[in-house]
Write a protein that binds this ligand. Structure first.
Ligand SMILES: Cc1ncc(COP(=O)(O)O)c(C=O)c1O
Length: 391
């Protein structure tokens, strides 16, 4: 039977390369192999106890019903507090909303704004969901290559050259997945200078790894740096990475109140409010101090440093990431085909990594350091053993 019911542009949508590696890793695990999964982008810490306790209280108090679509007023106030405290962004409660993960924030924004053929500038390497989502809404991802030689950062002249009349959004993500690249204040001001000349271009700033910025790098929200361009910036964030809350599904954003109203209406026709119990947990997380977040950050930083050190006597090209918990490694000295490299590393040493092609940068693999010290040590040993067979 031919499934003509499926949209033609989605019929040939390939399976995500990330998922393909995970599927093979799971299969090997089910066969009893000791797989080290460095493919997943998920902190390994438990969600802090005070956050879980707030959720338990919410259940006991019967906070188990529909709420306002964009989150309870208390949650919106907590989001405004967080934006002011951490990002120097002044939003009122009609300028923020909560969603079921940062992913839904991005999805809402693109769904509400893209018309067929609209262009969205995506600096690469990129998180694979950006181009996928843009295509879902019949927009056109304009990938701008930002290689290792330029520290994986979008240069102002590249942005200027990529903008056309059809450009609607520039998607920024820093610290970046998969590279850990972080824009300095000066970098962001240079981007703003370009945007001043193109008043039709808006910025969707995905700041989900904000708190995982490693000194001496300092995190600045682009929306806080210029009042005029700031009007055209949607700042997206969430609790998945900062508070180890991937399963709770809570993301949020701040932006122009008219846009936020439409995003809320869009969400009202899909998932309605994020889970009411999660919202209670999120209020505790956002109103709590950031001590635990910085503890996580320091632990990730120590692991990354140790891991990179362990691989320093190989021909792998690795730069210390400036943020997030990934290491993006150039493997081309061993094998130019990153998919083949990842597959044989998994099949021979049972270490799962994601090929760079998934992020638009072949010749690399991404490893997540959100694993325990012991796992990372073992992974480094196995990787070296694998590399020795390629020399
Ligand atoms: C860059 C980036 N943005 C957004 C997300 C999604 O976050 P959430 O779990 O809040 O949907 C991820 C998760 O991997 C990510 O890497």
């Amino acid at each position: 039977m031919s499934l003509n019911i499926i949209r033609p542009d989605l019929r040939s949508l390939p399976m995500s390369k990330t998922l393909a590696v995970s599927a093979l890793a799971n299969q090997l695990k089910s066969e009893g192999k000791e797989v080290l999964n460095l493919a997943v982008g998920e902190p390994d810490f438990d969600t802090p106890d005070f956050i879980g306790q707030a959720a338990i209280e919410a259940i006991k108090n019967g906070e188990t019903k529909y709420t306002l679509v964009g989150g309870t007023l208390e949650l919106k106030k907590a989001i405004c507090h967080k934006f002011k405290r951490d990002n120097n962004l002044s939003f009122t409660t009609d300028q923020v909303m909560a969603s079921t993960g940062c992913k839904q924030v991005l999805y809402n924004v693109l769904m509400a704004t893209l018309e067929p053929g609209d262009e969205v500038i995506v600096p690469g390497p990129y998180w694979p969901s950006y181009p996928a989502m843009i295509k879902l809404f019949q927009g056109k991802p304009i990938i701008v290559d930002c290689p290792r030689e330029q520290s994986f950062l979008l240069k102002p002249h590249q942005l200027d050259a990529a903008i056309t009349e059809k450009t609607k959004w520039l998607m920024l993500n820093y610290p970046g997945n998969p590279t850990g690249a972080v824009y300095s204040k000066a970098d962001l001001l240079n981007i703003i200078a370009v945007l001043k000349n193109h008043p039709h271009v808006w910025v969707l700033s995905d700041e989900i790894y904000e708190h995982l910025t490693y000194a001496p790098n300092v995190f600045y929200s682009i929306g806080s740096l210029d009042a005029e361009v700031g009007e055209r910036i949607v700042t997206a964030n969430g609790l998945s990475k900062s508070h180890s809350m991937t399963g709770w599904r809570l993301g949020f954003c701040g932006g122009h109140p008219q846009l936020i109203r439409v995003l809320t209406n869009v969400q009202s026709q899909s998932t309605t409010n994020p889970c009411s119990i999660t919202q209670a947990a999120a209020i505790a997380a956002l109103n709590g101090d950031n001590d635990i977040v910085f503890k996580f950050r320091d632990a990730f930083h120590a692991r990354i440093k140790h891991f990179v050190e362990m691989l320093s006597d190989t021909k792998l090209k690795i730069d210390m990431p400036h943020g997030a918990f990934y290491v993006f490694i150039d493997v081309s000295a061993y094998n130019k085909d990153d998919v083949a490299f990842a597959e044989s590393l998994l099949k021979s040493e049972y270490v799962a990594v994601v090929p760079g092609a998934a992020f638009g940068d072949p010749g690399h693999v991404r490893l997540s350091c959100a694993a325990s010290e012991d796992e990372l040590e073992e992974a480094a040993k196995r990787i070296k053993k694998f590399l020795a067979t390629l020399d």
